[in-house]
Design a binder for this molecule. Structure first.
Ligand SMILES: [Zn+2]
Length: 205
């Protein structure tokens, strides 16, 4: 599609880089922004710039945070002896919205995926193992999505920590196989945490 302005073309091209946004939607959004009061667009642009420049990742659990240590890790009422291992920050938000988990999290930042070239060293796995080796963690809950990559990642971590004799469990599979955690409804997700099962039960050894 021929656009009447290079500036518009540039904006459309940038907006269409976002996931799920094609050129048509990008054009609609760009034209919408043009119709808005100028300060509205300025606020959007400032929010995005500030997000990119200032957002931090918690030094302990890798959740998104405004401070060095996130609000969950620094909350004295949370149980530090239980860690829920998740793939990304959206999973923390999903589990937090169930309101039933009072431990801490560890965000891996992805799953082991050899096809996409993602190995254990690119994920926050060694810091999790270090945390467990300190001896203050009582239980690890694997809450990765039930995909081959999720299972591979669980097993990789399990192998690293099984000698530490801490309790390892996985969320119960009320979450359908192949489902991503963030799409599960809160009740199902909450129940799958309560009914978590010992990790070893799922191993075919
Ligand atoms: Zn944290």
């Amino acid at each position: 599609m021929e656009l009447p302005s290079k500036l518009l073309e540039k904006a459309v091209s940038e907006i269409s880089q976002l996931p799920g946004i094609g050129k048509r939607t990008a054009l609609r959004l760009a034209l919408h922004l043009l119709k808005q009061p100028e300060d509205q667009t300025q606020m959007l642009s400032n929010a995005l710039t500030s997000l990119r420049e200032n957002v931090k990742y918690c030094k302990s659990c890798y959740n998104i945070s405004d401070n060095e240590i996130c609000e969950i890790c620094s909350n004295p009422n949370r149980d530090e002896s239980i860690i829920c291992v998740v793939e990304d920050v959206r999973d923390v938000m999903a589990i937090e919205s169930t309101g039933i988990f009072n431990g801490l999290y560890h965000v891996l930042g992805g799953k082991i995926n050899p096809i996409e070239g993602i190995g254990p060293s690119q994920l926050n796995i060694s810091t999790l193992v270090d945390k467990i080796n300190l001896g203050e963690v009582r239980e690890i809950i694997f809450a990765l999505s039930s995909t081959m990559e999720g299972d591979t990642t669980n097993f990789y971590i399990y192998k690293q920590i099984k000698d530490s004799k801490i309790k390892t469990s996985t969320i119960a599979r009320g979450i359908a196989v192949g489902d991503e955690l963030e799409y599960a409804d809160e009740v199902t997700l909450g129940r799958s945490l309560i009914n978590r099962i010992p990790y070893e039960n799922g191993l075919k050894i």
